[in-house]
Design a protein around this ligand. Structure first.
Ligand code: SF4
Length: 381
């Protein structure tokens, strides 16, 4: 056993999955489709791109964030939608309402909305309007509606957190561990001390406030061995729940992949012994991250699967390949997403051989992470 920081232990006795096991698991995941959003799932999920503006420029982020068009609502009509270039501007209220109407036409018993960006709190006016519109929607018909806000935490104050808590919103706070990691990987548009002060204040306010929240941590290849430290950081911050992610669109070498998976194994084993927070990685069967099943409405009303946004600076061709229409012409929710297998076909048709190989590297990380979670659950509980 090798002790990590804060006493997290890495158990060498639990073997990592072989290449053959990973390939087999990936084929199963593609054949089964998304557990979260596929036809067999009980939930339909809509992501809303509120703005492309963001205070940060994270080194592993391939969303085309820009300050051009901030506070300028995009007209959001089919005539102005763009298939090949990320649109400029913010999501207009009317476009967002149409997207929510579409989600509400889903026949599923549970619905979910994720407010996303850029940094969605940069359009707090839209956040407030949409919370009211979605929660009181006439076609909701008493169905469970989970709303999540993905944020870097820089735009919070106590009043905003109270508003989110009152609407039952779950805050997904993205922080990369202690200040060093954030300074290194999350450069800020204004002085960095200001950013550090603000995300730390957000953690303090969330830890003592009424809003439900969890910490979202992304680890790029260069920091592949830091997973146990990020887990320890989350516990030290008092996070009630944690999601650990590998960065997509970046190549993990064999050594880096093994370091990540060993770290994940150690975290899962440690967590099984002392589960003082909820660790979402324990639940296997997540989508292989680059091929996420979620559907997103972009600021111009284009509907596309979210991998087209996650990778738009890395694989620009995926935008057109992942599009499923526009809110102006979509009459119902059903029919506006592809299965994971169909998405993989679209990916291979759109990317070069070299790009496809890089994309597949990320999918293999997802399948390997899933196998690690299953193995630890079987051996340790
Ligand atoms: S990862 Fe999030 S916080 Fe970082 S630049 Fe991208 S949108 Fe902004």
């Amino acid at each position: 056993m090798v002790p990590g920081r804060f006493g997290v232990v890495l158990p060498p006795a639990i073997p990592l999955p072989s290449d053959e096991q990973v390939a087999r698991r990936l084929a199963q995941m593609l054949a089964h489709d998304s557990s979260q959003t596929g036809d067999n799932a009980t939930t339909d999920r809509l992501m809303l791109m509120l703005t492309r503006s963001c205070e940060l420029r994270c080194s592993y982020c391939f969303v085309d964030v820009t300050e051009s068009g901030w506070r300028e609502p995009h007209p959001g009509t089919l005539a102005t939608s763009s298939l090949d270039q990320p649109p400029v501007g913010d999501l207009a209220e009317a476009t967002a309402r149409r997207a929510i109407d579409l989600l509400m036409s889903s026949p599923k018993p549970r619905l979910s909305i994720q407010l996303f960006g850029g940094e969605p709190t940069r359009r707090w006016d839209t956040v407030v309007l949409l919370l009211d519109y979605a929660t009181s929607h006439r076609s909701r018909q008493g169905r469970e509606l989970a709303i999540q806000l993905t944020t870097n935490g820089l735009g919070f104050d106590a009043g905003r957190l109270d508003e989110l808590a009152a609407a039952g919103v779950v805050v997904q706070l993205s922080v990369d561990g202690a200040a060093h990691g954030n300074r290194f990987r999350r450069p800020h548009l204004t002085p960095q001390d200001d950013a550090d002060t603000r995300w730390k204040a957000a953690v303090t306010a969330l830890a003592s406030g009424p809003a439900r929240w969890f910490l979202n941590v992304t680890v790029p290849p260069a920091a592949a061995g830091e997973l146990p430290n990020r887990y320890a950081d989350a516990r030290a911050m008092g996070a009630p729940a944690l999601q650990l992610n590998y960065a997509t669109g970046l190549r993990f070498s064999r050594e880096q992949a093994q370091a990540y998976l060993r770290g994940l194994t150690g975290v899962l084993v440690d967590h099984a012994r002392a589960p003082d927070l909820q660790l979402f990685n324990r639940q296997a069967a997540a989508d292989p991250a680059p091929l996420c099943g979620d559907v997103l409405c972009d600021v111009d009303g284009t509907l596309l699967q979210v991998g087209g946004i996650f990778h738009e600076k890395r694989f620009p061709a995926l935008r057109r390949a992942y599009v499923h229409g526009h809110v102006d012409t979509a009459e119902r929710w059903v029919g506006h997403r592809a299965t994971l297998a169909q998405l993989w076909e679209r990916t291979r048709a759109a990317l070069t051989e070299e790009e496809t190989e890089l994309f597949a590297n990320g999918m293999a990380m997802g399948a390997a992470s899933d196998l690690v979670a299953r193995t630890v659950r079987a051996l340790v509980g």
